[in-house]
Every structure is written in structure tokens, then in C-alpha cells.
Design a protein around this ligand. Structure first.
Ligand SMILES: Cc1cc2nc3c(=O)[nH]c(=O)nc-3n(C[C@H](O)[C@H](O)[C@H](O)COP(=O)(O)OP(=O)(O)OC[C@H]3O[C@@H](n4cnc5c(N)ncnc54)[C@H](O)[C@@H]3O)c2cc1C
Length: 136
């Protein structure tokens, strides 16, 4: 609450005429509390116990519920921009990579064991779809 901004109402911008302020709760003066996403993210990360490791840029791809293994895809670092005819470190010149164009092209697969998995991956949750695929 120390970083929240109380929002007491909203501004309506009609197509014609002057903007109108609408108070959410003119009787009791209640409001919604607004917090910026970066601050919220920072506070959530800061509140984690030290023994928790945080890993970013891994996309959950598959869950094996029997072996309690989660498979993820890690984005590869983009290679440095090359001039025409210039060689890569591995000697390749120009051209596209295999699998280019597919959604998961340029990603490496990693796996990890888990005791508990929390599906907080949004409205198109992969955890949820993997749970729906599993035998009951
Ligand atoms: C345009 C817009 C404006 C909004 N404005 C407001 C607002 O002003 N105030 C408000 O309160 N709410 C607002 N909302 C709603 C709010 O954003 C959502 O209710 C809230 O973010 C849901 O939180 P969540 O943690 O469930 O999911 P999310 O915030 O969607 O978080 C899910 C996370 O999981 C990650 N993820 C997804 N799939 C995978 C995968 N396969 N592997 C690994 N990670 C994955 C995503 O990258 C993301 O970081 C808005 C929503 C939208 C779309």
C-alpha cells in the first residue's frame, strides 16, 4: 500500500463534449488502489525467500506427471548481426537456420524435476492444458 495510488474514479472521454469525471463510490469514498507493474514485480521478487532460485526466459513446453518432470524451452541468444559473406564462429556463412519459421525455432530444451508445480502462467496456461491432457 505504501506505493499504491488511490484511484477514486475514472475519466470518460465522450466523442462529443467535455470529458466527465465519474467517482467510483460517491457515498463511502472507496477507491481502487493502483500499483505500477514494474514495482509490483519487484516487490514480489523481493518477497521470495533467499533459498528460492528464479529462472527467467524458459517457456514451459510439456509436463510428465508420472515422472514429475517439466520440460522447458530456453531462448538461444541471437547471433551477432553478420555482414554479407562474413563467417560465424563455426565457419558458416549467411543462410537461415534449421527449423526457422517454426514457433520454437532457436530454443533449446531443458528439463527439471519437481515436487510441486504452480500454474500461474496466465489465461492460456500451459500447466492447465497439460493437466487436461493427463489421465485421470
Ligand atoms: C490489455 C490489458 C490490460 C489490463 N489492465 C489491467 C489493469 O489496469 N488492472 C488490473 O488489475 N488488471 C489488468 N489486466 C488484467 C491483468 O493483467 C490480469 O488479470 C493478470 O495479469 C493475471 O495475472 P496472472 O498472474 O494470472 O497471469 P499473467 O499476468 O498473464 O502472467 C502469466 C505469466 O506466465 C508466463 N507464461 C505463459 N505461458 C508460459 C509458459 N508456457 N512457460 C513459462 N511461462 C509462461 C507469461 O509470460 C507471464 O509472465 C489487464 C489485462 C490486459 C490484457
Amino acid at each position: 500500500m505504501d506505493v499504491a495510488i488511490p484511484m477514486k474514479g475514472r475519466m470518460i472521454h465522450p466523442t462529443t463534449g467535455a470529458p466527465q469525471s465519474q467517482i467510483y463510490d460517491p457515498i463511502r469514498g472507496q477507491c481502487i488502489n493502483s500499483i505500477s507493474r514494474p514495482i509490483l514485480n519487484q516487490r514480489l521478487l523481493e518477497s521470495l525467500p533467499e533459498e528460492i532460485d528464479t529462472v527467467f526466459d524458459v517457456k514451459l513446453a510439456k509436463i510428465d506427471w508420472k515422472t514429475r518432470t517439466a520440460y522447458g524451452l530456453v531462448k538461444r541468444q541471437k547471433p551477432k548481426q553478420k555482414l554479407p559473406g562474413q563467417e560465424d564462429d563455426d565457419g558458416k556463412v549467411g543462410g537461415g537456420s534449421r527449423g526457422e519459421g517454426s514457433r520454437d525455432a532457436g530454443r533449446d530444451e531443458i528439463e527439471t524435476q519437481f515436487d510441486l508445480i504452480v500454474g500461474c502462467d496466465g489465461s492460456w496456461s500451459k500447466v492447465r492444458s497439460e493437466m487436461m491432457r493427463a489421465d485421470r
